[in-house]
Each structure stands twice: as C-alpha cells, then as structure tokens.
Design a protein around this ligand. Sequence first.
Ligand SMILES: [Zn+2]
Length: 284
Amino acid sequence: MNTIRQLTPFLWVVPSRFYYNSGVIISQNKAAIIDAGMADDEVAAIREFIQEKPAKLEALVLTHSHPDHILGPRHFPDISLYAHSDFAQEATRVQEQLVSTFNNWAQQENFNLVVPFTLPIPSYSLGNDSNFRIGEIVFQVYHFPGHAPDMIALYHPESRLLWASDMLSDAVIPIVQHSVIEYEKSLSRVAEMDIAIQIPGHGDPSTDAVEVKKRLDEDRTYLAELQQRVKLAVDAGKSLEETEAECESMNFKEREWNLEGHKRNISWVWNEFNNPRSAMTNLQ
Ligand SMILES: [Zn+2]
C-alpha cells in the first residue's frame, strides 16, 4: 500500500500499486470514496483510514465504468453509489468484458475472492448541472465523455480542485475509448476552468497551475494531431495499417510506455471516422 496523501483539508489521494488513484473526501465526520480501489488489501486500508479519522462512510462515487475503477463497491454493499446516468447502461453493455478482466486480475494478483465481483448498480445519477455533496463540501459535476461515454469529473470551485478522472495524466497519453471528437470537446471545457489542484485517475496529482496547464496543452496537442492525421488518411481511403504508418512519427510523452495505447488510439479513431455511428457505441 502506498502512502495516502492529503492534498487539501478535505481530500486525500490513495495511489494503488496497480497505478490508479482512489480519493477520500471527509467533511464533518462524513466520508466519501472516489473509485473505491481494486485489491482487497487496498480497499481495507481505505476503510481503516476512514474509521480512524473517525468518519462515517456515506457514499461512493464511480468516475466511469472501466474495470480498474469499479471493483471496490462490492466491498460496501450498503453504501450509496453515485455515477453518471449512462453508467448502468455502459456497464451492462460491457459486463462480460468486465467480469473476464476481473477474473484475470484475480488470478494473476491472488485477489481474495471471498467477495465476488458483481456489477455495481448506482443509487444516484450525476451529470452536468448536478452537485455532489459530502458534509459541507460541494463538488460541481462535469460530464466529460471521450475516454468513456459515462465519465464524470468533480470540481471544487473554492479550492480550484479538479478530480480529472482519466484525463490530464502526467504519464499516460489520452486514451480514446469512446470518441476523439468528444474527448477534444471535453478538454476544451476543461480549458475554461480555473484549476490549481488536479488529480488524474492514473499518475501524480499536481498542485501547480502551470503544470496542470502543461498537461492540458499536451493532451490537446496530441489529440488534435491524432485526429488530423487519421482523418487525412481515412479521407484518402487508407487502410488501418497505412494510417498507423502515417501516425508513427507523432511525438508523445513516455514513448515506449505509451506506444501500445497510441496504437489502440489510432485504431479507435480510424474506426470512428470510417463508421461514425458504430464507433460511438462499440467499446472493444
Ligand atoms: Zn478508464
């Protein structure tokens, strides 16, 4: 278990050894968890941390329906679950994939299967124009599709804090698993926000507004170039292999580590431009 890091008087970030972040919000002895963890020992450590504060766990927020973000709720069957209104539909559609991913991880990592994976069913819907409140802390909710159709982010205006979900990572390039066009729109909305503290779903949090702006600029530059190169290739009738060759010289951070993600992005965006409708609805 890595160290739990306090970023503000009400928010702690819990980095996982599986390279994603959970969050704990505590206010007036009430607690909420964002993306409640993957391995049993990590979930137990979060639970213990909250108990020792002491605070009472009242809510779980799921940022989107990807497998690494939704394994925790099965450990908290009686706690209110919040997610985007499209979450249930999305999770149901990719249910088979979620279950098989979970089973593979469980086998590889020796997860304790005392509590089997079940698809989380949100009790409350969040979306644009809604708020998420715990104690006296109120977050504005933003729907940011592009990485996933149902992805939300939480923004706390008083501390200019954005829980960015799977965007604005210092280490991972934007991963397009829904729509590059929607992803770019989401980032242009982020560009209008005033952000001093930012936590990505994967990677290090930042408390430096200049660094946050740098992450945003890098992500937008990467996606704009990806979109432009793939669109030109598709308009010229090029195959996926030819399109990959067109995108090979693109620059992006942590090249070796992100190469696989870059290739998947090319394939995803190539499909999106060749079949605009099905790309929006077919997660692979
Ligand atoms: Zn994701």
